[in-house]
Design a protein around this ligand. Structure first.
Ligand code: FAD
Length: 463
């Protein structure tokens, strides 16, 4: 055997698995057909966050007049913006390559395909390994009526290259994290943006109150949002793309004109063309590879992690699964057993949540108690000039156990770490309420939401 472990794919899942395996003494190789870092570093998490930050600076500079600060006319150098974003990506992907070298991981360049259960063809070479981890990720799901040309009709990858000038009017189809994040980027850059969502609320998987709170704030910023709406197709005319929109409930149709359409309706696992049938690895109808808690597929020495095994398709989930798979292969007792996987929409305000939503907790039969704390009552939020949002806490009335935390707040993602730890440690609401939080901080909103579960918050009336 050439290697103890061959990892297919160098995205967040794959590179975490490879580095942990090397740390544990396994002779490890990674096969990657594109850039190391995968979707997240190259065309996902990182470049979107860079654009969101730039857009946010524009938005907040406009509000600086509230405290007496005005600037001259804003000038935006779009080439420089794209270049800055690309520079961050390059630095981070270069960092992954350096980590591979430092950990003595062999980086094989090329598309990988199974020959037999221990042999993989990578480009023009055959590689054998005792264990194999499939970490091939996902790609944007297509909408047949809107074929992507990365000009007028773009997916998330096309939307990452900001055109000069920015589009006048853009339609984002899909109000998940990706659709909303791009909607806010372009809205801040000066595009008139409409987001439509088939489901009855934006971020369909989110807590209903949190979704409503985010929608309210985004609308206030000028983003048009229509839920229970679908796009049927379009016609290219001289004045733009004439898109047919349909109200899902009434069936009423209308035409609206846009310069650009972003298709952000979800992602598909990349499990085809790997030769999985030949080795007996089972794949679901939708293309997800089935795994157990040790991340083993139906063939025990072949593991799968990340987007290719299923939802939620998030980088930190892929990373954790990568660590678990590597540790299991190295003979350690490890399994994917987590209380909650945090999830964040990186708009301003951010929607950051972990654990059960109120509806999920009720479905599971908990006697639910809720605590709320609005940011409008937070001193720190006022000093930041950003008081949209709240912290909502879902708890079990019988045991006082914390079940879920849903944050809509600037930098909500950074507040989420505390909530995630509390859930993992099986904290009660009282544990959170007894913890001294620094003042003034946004994190105090978590403390006060906990106090509000017990109807004892100090800065609001506990109704
Ligand atoms: C626009 C956008 C924004 C996002 N923002 C966030 C965010 O803020 N936070 C978050 O948690 N998640 C975010 N995500 C999701 C995140 O990018 C994915 O969950 C994550 O990248 C999944 O990691 P992975 O290792 O499973 O696969 P991927 O990152 O998809 O990597 C798979 C790798 O495998 C390679 N590969 C595939 N097939 C083969 C083959 N046959 N041979 C060799 N190599 C192969 C690919 O080239 C790729 O590099 C975002 C996604 C998008 C599209």
């Amino acid at each position: 055997m050439d290697y103890d472990l061959l990892v297919i794919g160098a995205g967040p899942g794959g590179y975490h698995a490879a580095i942990r395996a090397a740390q544990l003494g396994l002779k490890t190789a990674v096969a990657e057909m594109g850039n190391v870092g995968g979707v997240c570093l190259n065309i996902g998490c990182i470049p979107t966050k860079a654009l969101l930050h730039a857009g946010e600076e524009i938005r907040s500079s406009k509000h600086a007049s509230d405290f007496g600060l005005t600037f001259g006319e804003m000038r935006l150098d779009i080439a420089k913006l794209n270049g800055w974003k690309d520079g961050i990506v390059k630095k981070l992907t270069g960092g992954v390559s350096t980590l591979f070298k430092a950990n003595k991981i062999t980086h094989l360049v090329g598309r990988a395909r199974f020959v037999d259960a221990h042999t993989v063809q990578v480009g023009d070479q055959k590689v054998t390994a005792k264990n194999i981890i499939i970490a091939t990720g996902s790609e944007p799901a297509a909408l047949p009526a809107f074929p992507v040309d990365q000009q007028a009709i773009v997916d998330s990858t096309g939307a990452l290259v900001v055109p000069d000038p920015v589009p006048g009017r853009m339609l984002a189809i899909g109000a998940g994290a990706i659709g909303l994040e791009f909607a806010q980027v372009y809205n801040n850059l000066g595009t008139r943006v409409k987001v439509i969502e088939f489901a009855p609320q934006i971020v369909p998987a989110a807590d209903a109150d949190a979704s409503k709170e985010l929608a309210k704030s985004l609308k206030k910023q000028g983003i048009e949002i229509e839920v229970a709406t679908k796009a049927n197709g379009f016609e290219r005319k001289s004045d733009g793309l004439h898109v047919e929109l349909e109200d899902v409930k009434t069936g009423q149709k209308r035409i609206e004109v846009f310069d650009r359409v972003l298709v952000a309706v979800g992602r598909r696992p990349r499990s085809a063309d790997l030769g999985l049938e030949a080795v007996g690895v089972k794949v679901s109808e939708r293309g997800f590879i089935g795994v157990n808690k040790q991340m083993q597929t139906s063939v025990p020495h072949i593991y799968a992690i990340g987007d290719v095994v299923g939802n939620p398709m998030l980088a930190h989930k892929a990373m954790k699964e990568g660590l678990v798979a590597a540790e299991v292969i190295a003979g350690k007792k490890s399994e994917m057993d987590v209380v909650g996987i945090p999830s964040v929409v990186y708009t301003t305000p951010e929607l950051a949540s972990v654990g059960l939503t109120e509806a999920e907790a009720k479905e599971r039969g908990f006697k639910v108690k809720i605590g709320n704390f609005p940011l409008s009552a937070s001193g720190r939020a006022m000093t930041l000039g950003d008081t949209d949002g709240f912290v909502k806490m879902v708890a079990d009335a019988d045991s006082d156990l914390l079940l879920g935390v849903h944050i809509v707040a600037p930098h909500g993602s950074d507040l989420l770490g505390e909530a995630g730890l509390a859930l993992e440690m099986a904290a009660t609401v009282t544990d959170v309420a007894l913890t001294i939080h620094a003042h003034p901080t946004l994190a105090e909103s978590i403390l006060e939401a906990a106090e509000n579960v017990h109807k004892q918050a100090i800065h609001i009336l506990n109704r």
